[in-house]
Each structure stands twice: as C-alpha cells, then as structure tokens.
Design a protein around this ligand. Structure first.
Ligand SMILES: Nc1ncnc2c1ncn2[C@@H]1O[C@H](COP(=O)(O)OP(=O)(O)O)[C@@H](O)[C@H]1O
Ligand SMILES: [Mg+2]
Length: 542
C-alpha cells in the first residue's frame, strides 16, 4: 500500500491476497516440493503404483507421472506450474515426466538452503540457468552416443524396454518393444517423427492376453456395414473416401407440401428416389466397391449400394477417415459428383471381424501405409488402459530417437556423469555462481538416489559408488541396474534412453526452478476461485 500525503492509495481490489518476497517464494517452493514428493515413490522399475479415484469413483491404477499429475486436482499456482512442465515433457518426448518434477523439486530444495546462507535468489537463478545451459551442451557434445536407428533395431528395442521397465506390464516388455519398433518403422519419416506417433492408432479390445495384440498393415475402424447383406470380405477393394451426406436434407423448419394431382405424388417420390439412387450409381460407375463416409447414409442408399455390391461404412470420424486415407491412398471427396477412379484408395483386403463382441472392419495389406492401427488386447479394462499408455510411451521414445539419434545411460548414469562434469566446470569458476553450479550438479544426484530408495537399496552406498565410477573417464554409462541391484555398465545391461528425454528434463526442470526463484510477489484476486492462498495446500498434496 503506497501513501500519498498520509492517504493510502489502494491499487488492488479489496479482498485481494498478496504475499511478498521470501513468503511468496517459500510458498511456491513448498508447493512444488509437495508435487515432487507425491510422485517420487513412483520413479523407476521398483516405483509403486498410485490408485487414482476420480469424482465419479472411476479408478485408474498407474505409475505414469503424467497421468498422476493430470489427475491430481492441484490448486496451488506453484504446483500448477509443476504439473504444466510435466505435461510439456509428456507432449514433447512422451517420457521423463516424473524425473523433471523431481529434479525441479530438488533444485528448489537446494536453492532454499543457499538462500538461508544469504545468497540472493537472483544469483542462484542465474547460476542455475548457466548450469542448465552447460549441462545440455555437455550432454550433446560429450556424453551422448550416436546411433543409427535405421539399422540398429536392437538398440531401439532396448530403449523401448527401458522406458517400459517402470510400467506395470513387466512380463510383456520384449513383446511390446518389438511391436512398437515394427509399428513405428511403418510410419517413420525424414523428420518430425514425434508428430508421426499419432498416425499409429491404438484400438483396445479385451482379450486373453497382451500377446494377442497385433499390428495391422493398415487401419481398423470400429464400425459395421450399413446393411446386413453387404459383403463381409472384399479382396483388392476400390475404396471411395467421402465426406458428403448420403441423405436427403430435411428442412430445418416444418413445412407443408401441397400436392393436388395424385400423379405428382409419384413424381415427387421418384424424384427423391433418383437422388438417393444416384449415390450408388455414381460409385458403381467409377468402379468403387467400398465406400467409407464421414457423414450419414440413408437406409435407402444402403439398399441401393448393397444391390450394386458396394460395401458401405458411415459416420466415421474425420480423423479416422484421414488416417484411412493415409493408409489406403486416394483422396477424400466432399462431393461424389467430382469423384473419379483416381480418387479411390486400395489395399489387399477389407474384412469384418467380431472381436470381444464388437464389429471391427480391417483394411489390411496396404502397400505403403502412412498410418497403421495396433489392435491391443489385454485381460481387464484397467490393464488395457495402462497397456495403451505404455505402448504410447514406447512409441514416443522410438520416434524421438529417429528425430535425434543419440543415446545416454539410464538408471542415473547420465545424471551422475553430468553432475561430475559440472563439478569440474564449477571448480574453474569463481564467486557465488560457482556455488550455484555446484549445487545444481549435486541436485542431479536425486535421480539415482530416488531410484535406489525405491528399490530398497542404500542410497548412500550407491551414490558413493557412482561418484567413484564417474570420476574416471570412459564410464559415462555406469548406472544403477535395479534388477541386478547394483552399479553396472548400463550400455551393456541395455538400460539406455534417448538424448531427447534427458535434454528436455534438464530444460524444463531448470526453467521451472528459475521461474519460481524469480517470483517475489504473488497477487491473487478474490474471484480467482480455487482454494485460498498457498499455506493451504490441496488436501491430497500434504
Ligand atoms: N533396470 C533399471 N534399473 C535402474 N533404473 C532404471 C531401469 N530401467 C529404467 N530405469 C530408470 O527409471 C527412470 C524412469 O522412471 P519412470 O518412473 O519412468 O519416470 P519418468 O516419468 O521420469 O520417465 C529413468 O531414470 C530410467 O533410467
Ligand atoms: Mg518413464
């Protein structure tokens, strides 16, 4: 509140809450630490699962950091920022969500200690920024090992297995890594491979086991034919892709039609009939024997299509139709009058199958599909959802390797190597920033520490051993293998990760920590909704 000649000037609406300086910062730090604590126990292969129950009572069992944070009804603004970085992490690399939040939490913990020692937050945030930049440069130029994803399928599978180690489908990792590598190899491109992950459509159906899952060299639509008598199988189909309603438009307002001459009634019906018939005739004329329509198909049109031996599917979503086009080729037409034989797509086989009680239409044997479906099977519904998240993560890490073809060691290896190299770098600097870089370096140890803790190993012993190993050159891949319960060469053990993952973890966690440290004033308007000022952490978070 400012004063002007003794009169206070109010610049904020009455009821606005404001916390300043240390108070604002401490509250944000506490909130992020709370989020970090909430996900810590899920990190790594021995991480525990969380059972999330939403307001409708639906249950999700997962240890996927992104899913957990997505489901937490977080209200504190600082905590919301932590959730936001994990979402960014998820959308950019599809993995590393838990790690990014844990590192951010640890950076802020050590920053608090430095502030207590009297170092100004601006100095710390500058030091962290610098350390983060150095870390990413060291990662790229000194630590990462280049690979060729086009020939090194073995390494691709290991990367996929490593990401799946921390998921609940342990028994099927090898099967899934194989599936993910094969599925992705069909849609991969020169660049923007992360963008291609959405061209792998996962169709979930209950089954006996995950091993029944399969890749279709084309697309599955969860649809049935519009007429019972239509063919169930079409070999070498000529497929018309249409986004034009095969119905006669009804007027939007009620209207009367007065017909005085009985002959006119017939003429009117004939007219309507010929419009409907036209759809089927046109398709037959250009040689189509399958039509997939984004819009509706009138029963009468279905009847004529059936008479002409054409298989029809209606009400397909725009995105499914687009994926189908990527698989079978051809063009999507808004008006079939302009349709020609050149617009038709094809594949080896269109076939209906009943799976888990549902009708599915398989378009398979596509020559060069740019989109494919994976039919995912698993015992129970919950298993299916977690299997889908797992497969999605595996696809993401494989895609990211095609975009940036280099790997680093998992199980804390890369964090320890970075930590060691940053410490060397700090020793050549001077002043308070040196301390900040050193602190940043030590903060990275939180990953192996947490992995060890979650596995019931002694973190002090493990860290001592890792420090010793990484002090020597040529040990970049020395990390923890939880399955062997000790420090090993994780290049040999096959615990490896894409560079894009750790790179983004460093970027997002540093950004979050720096952002929080720079905030010294928090103003919250009364009508802002959602729980009061920090102090009052959302109930689930404490
Ligand atoms: N066999 C293993 N031994 C030790 N650490 C492993 C092993 N497999 C994976 N990890 C590590 O687990 C961590 C990832 O755990 P996860 O729960 O998936 O968190 P995130 O959301 O950060 O990906 C990574 O540091 C990874 O290297
Ligand atoms: Mg992971």
């Amino acid at each position: 509140m400012a004063q002007l000649g003794g009169t206070p000037i109010l610049i904020l609406r009455e009821g606005t809450e404001q916390s300043k300086g240390r108070d604002a910062r401490d509250r944000n730090i506490m909130a992020i630490q709370a989020v970090s604590e909430a996900v810590k126990s899920t990190l790594g292969p021995r991480g525990l699962d969380k059972m999330l129950v939403d307001s409708l009572g639906d249950i999700t069992v997962t240890n996927d950091g992104a899913t957990i944070l997505d489901n937490l009804d977080v209200q504190h603004p600082g905590a919301k920022m932590a959730v936001a970085i994990s979402k960014t992490q998820d959308s950019l690399v599809g993995d590393g969500t838990t790690s990014s939040v844990i590192i951010a939490g640890q950076l802020l913990t050590v920053a608090s200690e430095l502030m207590h020692q009297g170092i100004h937050p601006t100095v710390i945030s500058r030091g962290f920024n610098l350390a983060g930049k150095h870390a990413r440069a060291i990662l790229k130029n000194e630590i990462a090992e280049k690979i060729d994803p086009n020939t090194d399928t073995d390494t691709l599978k290991k990367i996929a297995v490593t990401t799946m180690n921390s998921k609940g489908i342990s028994g099927n990792k090898v099967f899934f890594s194989d599936l993910a590598v094969k599925a992705f190899s069909k849609v991969r491109q020169e660049k923007d491979n992360m963008g291609q992950v959405s061209n792998i459509v996962i169709v979930k159906k209950k089954g006996k086991s995950i091993q029944e899952s399969q890749i279709v060299n084309g697309i599955i639509l969860e649809k049935e034919a519009t007429h019972q008598m239509m063919p169930k199988v079409v070999h070498n189909p000529k497929i018309a892709l249409v986004s034009q309603s095969f119905e006669i438009k009804k007027t939007e307002f009620s209207s009367d039609l007065r017909i005085s001459d009985p002959n006119d009634i017939q003429a009117f019906l004939d007219q309507e009939d010929s419009i409907l018939k036209h759809f089927a005739e046109k398709l037959q004329e250009i040689g189509a024997n399958v039509v997939v329509n984004q819009k509706g198909i009138d029963d009468a049109v279905s009847h004529y299509l059936n008479q002409n031996g054409i298989l029809a599917i209606k009400s397909v979503t725009k995105s499914d139709l687009e994926k189908l086009r990527k698989a079978v080729g051809g063009h999507i037409n808004e008006n079939i009058d302009g349709l020609t034989a050149a617009d038709l797509g094809t594949c080896e086989l269109v076939e209906f199958k009943k799976i888990a009680g549902d009708d599915l239409c398989f378009f398979s044997g596509c020559a060069d599909p740019k989109a494919v479906s994976v039919l995912l099977r698993a015992g129970v519904n919950q298993g299916l959802d977690e299997a889908q998240r797992t497969l999605h993560d595996a696809l993401c890490v494989i895609a990211s390797i095609y975009d940036r073809s280099a790997i680093v060691g998992g199980g804390g290896a890369v964090e320890m190597e970075l930590s060691q190299r940053l410490l060397n770098l700090a020793s050549k600097q001077s002043g308070k920033e040196q301390i900040a870089i050193e602190t940043y370096a030590r903060a990275l140890e939180i990953i192996p520490i947490t992995l060890a803790e979650n596995a019931g190993l002694d973190p002090i012993d493990i860290i001592a051993e890792l420090r010793g190993a990484h002090a020597k050159p040529g040990n970049e891949f020395m990390g923890l293998d939880i399955y062997q319960g000790k420090v090993v060469d994780n290049r040999k053990a096959g615990i490896i990760e894409p560079i894009a993952n750790i790179d983004q973890i460093l970027k997002s966690s540093t950004e979050l920590a720096v952002m929080i440290l720079r905030i010294d004033d928090m103003i919250k308007s009364k009508s802002g909704g959602g729980g009061g000022m920090p102090g009052g952490m959302p109930p689930g978070m404490m």
